[in-house]
Write a protein that binds this ligand. Structure first.
Ligand code: AMP
Length: 398
């Protein structure tokens, strides 16, 4: 069966087509500037070097998906003769609240539940729902599956997801920790068990998803028991442009001093903080590494703040799980930044965590990077959220 995976943002749409008989990627692409002047579709067929690029007005997500369908059927760049060959569509949906701990077939009840979650993810769920509606309209006979970023974290126990604020806010508004990047954490945990030739149910894992957005999860016996993101994806680690955890008192203090609203402070914490805010240069770790080489002290400080926070969560999760068998690095920074992995893992030898500095000199490859005498395995695993979405979709539809 061929599965189409769709990930809709407010003005963008990423997609992949996978052949689930061997889990191979057939084609992938990106539509940008949906509803904005200059809409463009960039499509790539596996093993065809030249990209197919189409610039044409796309007013909404339905227009975008219509163009994707044409690209998928193109005689040169396409991968199907007719859309009937697509057995199912898997949609990445950010927030399913407490409703779904697993992926589900989308029906009217699921859509209603995801609409109810819009206040929890006002930027993400609306475009996700637009993508679902467009696919339903254009492929009415093709099953649609929802795969949720929050689902994997639904196994967290109440003591880790409950905020110590008046309990009525949880009951009235659903204010609790939800966690995000769940599809990625789940994927790398499963791969880790495979690489260690162990049962996921026998392992204690700490998965570090370090990309532009970043989160750490504690996974005990295959279940997430804690994760660093919270009610929103602003919490936890220092990120590209997000602050991660700060003292909540800072918000009204900055608002007072700067004469701005609480919402404006939140915008600063989301978009102008993190590595960008600290360095004043860039949110991209490659730029930051260059600045450090040029002797930029703030860039060096930013990297140390970032690593300190990751180490802080690793230590906390070792305590929560009473040990750890493996630490996994994934996503843009975790997969590629040799130096960041080195800084994070340094000084953890007494906890049995010993990075092999030679094996660590690797990028974007599934491999073990701990020393042979390290009690805890350290793994580098490139994430693959699309494959995970396609697997869940195939499993439900099959
Ligand atoms: P992601 O959100 O997972 O796509 O990660 C994107 C981030 O990964 C970028 O903003 C960079 O900071 C980082 N990144 C990507 N490639 C490299 C690299 N070769 N070295 C260091 N950092 C990288």
């Amino acid at each position: 069966m061929k599965v189409l995976v769709i990930n809709c943002g407010s003005s963008s749409l990423k997609y992949q087509v996978l052949d689930m008989s061997n889990e191979s990627l057939l084609a992938k692409g990106l539509v940008e500037r949906i509803g904005i002047e200059g809409s463009v579709l960039k499509h790539e067929k596996t093993n065809v070097e030249e990209k197919f690029i189409q610039e044409t007005p796309m007013n909404d997500h339905k227009d975008a998906i219509e163009n994707v369908m044409e690209a998928l059927k193109d005689p040169v760049y396409g991968v199907v003769k007719s859309m009937d060959e697509i057995g199912a569509v898997g949609h990445r949906v950010v927030h399913a609240g407490e409703k779904y701990a697993h992926s589900v077939m989308i029906d009217a009840d699921v859509i209603a539940a995801l609409e109810e979650c819009i206040p929890l993810a006002p930027l993400h769920n609306p475009p996700n729902l637009l993508g679902i509606a467009a696919c339903q309209a254009l492929m009415p006979n093709t099953p649609q599956v929802g795969v949720f970023d929050t689902a994997f974290h639904q196994t967290m126990p109440p003591e880790s997801y409950t905020y110590a604020i008046p309990y009525e806010y949880y009951e009235k508004y659903g204010i609790r920790r939800y966690g995000f990047h769940g599809t990625s954490h789940k994927y790398v945990a499963e791969r880790a068990a495979f690489m260690l030739a162990a049962n996921l149910e026998d392992l204690k894992l700490i998965t570090c998803h370090l990309g532009n957005g970043a989160s750490v999860s504690a996974i005990k016996r295959g279940k997430c028991i804690d994760t660093s993101m919270g009610f929103t994806p602003l919490a936890g680690l220092v990120m590209g442009t997000r602050s991660g955890n700060v003292d909540p008192g800072i918000i009204s203090f900055i608002a007072d001093k700067e004469g701005i609203t609480g919402d404006e402070v939140l915008e600063i914490l989301n978009k102008r903080s993190g590595m960008l805010g600290l360095t004043g240069i860039s949110s991209d770790f490659r730029d930051i590494a260059e600045a450090i080489e040029d002797g930029n002290e703030r860039a060096a400080l930013a990297l140390n703040v970032f690593a300190h926070r990751v180490r802080f969560f690793i230590g906390a999760y070792i305590a929560e799980m009473n040990g750890v068998d493996a630490i996994i690095f994934t996503a843009g920074v975790g997969e590629n930044d040799v130096n960041v992995r080195d800084i994070i893992c340094s000084e953890l030898g007494n906890l049995g965590i010993k990075l092999d500095l030679i094996k660590n000199k690797v990028r974007g490859k599934e491999t073990i990077i701990s020393r042979d005498d390290s009690k805890v395995s350290i793994l580098l695993i490139p994430t693959n959220e699309e494959l995970m979405i396609a697997r869940d979709t195939y499993a439900l539809v099959k």
